[in-house]
Design a protein around this ligand. Structure first.
Ligand SMILES: [Zn+2]
Length: 157
């Protein structure tokens, strides 16, 4: 049966969480659509080399978004403005409801992406990796978002 209805922003965000074995370097993530590597190391520096399908990168070590496409930045600004309207002052922001509505913690990440208007066209890949820092084990989780709504016909060739 053919389904002619546009699935547009409908459906659940694709959210996949995986863990690397302890002690391995952070992953070299390539775009699942075009194959481009998203960060490259050059002279001990990590350079962003995003392709057009990358919506965002959340850096676990930085605990914030370290890359945002223009589209993602616009969605985030709208989301932020809505939060401001719902929780206008410090008192409102001290509430648990604000925490639930604004956090990008583990279980809430996929929900936040839905709040940003993403659906089944988005693949969020969460990769957890661990190593020793000054003799202590530390774990970080990075999240990469790839937007299949931005796929073009020549990407598939
Ligand atoms: Zn790509």
């Amino acid at each position: 049966m053919q389904d002619n209805a546009s699935p547009a922003a409908a459906g659940q965000v694709g959210y996949v969480a995986i863990e690397q074995p302890f002690g391995l370097q952070p992953p070299k993530v390539h775009c699942p659509i075009c194959g481009q590597q998203q960060f490259v190391e050059q002279d001990d520096e990590y350079l962003e080399t995003p392709c057009e399908h990358l919506a965002f990168v959340f850096g676990g070590e930085e605990d914030e978004f370290v890359y945002a496409s223009d589209d993602f930045a616009e969605r985030f600004a709208r989301f932020d403005a809505e939060l401001d309207a719902r929780f206008p002052d410090d008192e409102a922001r001290a509430s648990e409801a604000y925490e639930d509505a604004s956090s990008f913690y583990r279980d809430l990440f996929a929900q936040r992406l839905q709040d940003l208007g993403y659906g089944a066209s988005l693949l969020a890949l969460r990769i957890t990796y661990g190593g020793l820092a000054e003799g202590n084990p530390v774990w970080f989780s990075d999240v990469y978002g790839f937007d299949y709504a931005l796929i073009r016909e020549d990407d598939a060739q």
